[in-house]
Design a protein. Sequence first.
Length: 240
Amino acid sequence: MSINQDSGVPVNRLLAALPTEVYQRLLPHLQQVSLVLEQVIYEIDEPAPHVYFPHHSVISLIAPMLDGSVLEIGLVGQEGMAGIFSVLGNRTKAHRAIVQVADSAMRMDAAVLRAEFDRGGPLQRLLLRYVQALFTQASQCAACNRFHTTEERLARWLLLVRDSVQKNEFSLTQEFMGQMLGTRRSSVTVAAGNLSQAGLIRYTRGKITILDQSGLEEFACECYGVIQSEFAHLLGSETA
């Protein structure tokens, strides 16, 4: 179901930020789908016919290099959507979108959402603010990858994933974390070990558990706070 049975609002927080009238127009076109680990949502230079609004799943936007290495340039969880550039009119992408944490999402035909976007009004304003938040995330993460330690970057990244899934436990491999941070697997192993020794996380058999969220926030660099603040403003703003 796309509606939280207890609160009566959509699980995806971007959908939940829409006025009821707009959401009800979109609801018949929303289909719940399961997303599996490493599923490719859309590929570089290929049209994206659908957009996805994650529930407790996470979709990574990654830039692959010719030598096979990849770097994450954006993260999409229940605070956002994958495929926003299709709505803005771009038929192809300069990045790939893959599932990082498996769960479910609401899927919609991109053309339907684009038609609602072209009406102007609350949805258009909300999605344009979302683009701004994504840009802030991408630019801040670029600076973070240049100036901060692997431990600080890993702490920031784990907190962003936690915010995206709204859970303190999720499955992630060290290889995948290394790819997303643009660093060697061995460096992630050392960094995760240091965070574990500090009592901030537990990492066993590909499963991460955040034990001390406030401590992890204190350990992380300022980049997490900048990104978190931007999305809090986006989702807290009136859309009417």
